[in-house]
Design a binder for this molecule. Structure first.
Ligand code: CA
Ligand code: CA
Length: 170
């Protein structure tokens, strides 16, 4: 039996990926997310950080398409997301961490305004909010990501947390 809570979570995760809300996930959604993050932190697209973020977004899209785009039309429908991505990633969260890592690494670099290799909890919440997460949820999630409580969120904390969020068990 599939619970309504599970359905709700899947819908929320699909909506996070479907950045432009047109009902399917495609390359443009990842480009839209990268562009929004760069605008939020006033980082130029042509800078090293900007280029790394776009490259990470493309790699993330390619990885997701490889897992979920069953018919190869360069779009991940909700059905493909549920039957392909969610089930396969749940069985293999390390794979998800692997395909998301370059994007998350680059996103932290964009949000790392003082260049110490990690983003503050507040700036991590800004990242999540830009990606479409509600303000209160974003703030709680960012605080939760700071596993060692030093007020900063690094790649070692965000990658596994992100993988957990998207590969939540039924
Ligand atoms: Ca879309
Ligand atoms: Ca497809």
């Amino acid at each position: 039996m599939v619970s309504s809570e599970y359905e709700r979570r899947i819908a929320a995760r699909f909506a996070t990926f479907d950045q432009d809300g047109n009902g399917y996930i495609d390359r443009e959604d990842f480009g839209t997310a990268a562009k929004a993050l760069l605008a939020e932190f006033a980082v130029a697209a042509r800078s090293d950080k900007g280029q790394a973020l776009y490259a990470g977004a493309e790699a993330f899209w390619q990885g997701m398409a490889g897992i979920a785009d069953r018919d190869g039309d360069q779009r991940i429908t909700r059905e493909e997301f549920v039957t392909g991505a969610v089930k396969r990633l749940r069985d293999n969260p390390e794979r998800f961490a692997e395909i998301a890592r370059p994007f998350l690494h680059a996103a932290i670099a964009v949000a790392d305004t003082d260049g110490d290799g990690a983003a503050t909890v507040a700036d991590t919440a800004r990242v999540l909010r830009v990606l479409g997460v509600d303000q209160a949820v974003a703030e709680a999630a960012a605080a939760g990501l700071d596993g060692d409580g030093d007020g900063r969120v690094g790649e070692a904390e965000i990658v596994p947390a992100f993988a957990r969020y998207f590969t939540v068990p039924e």
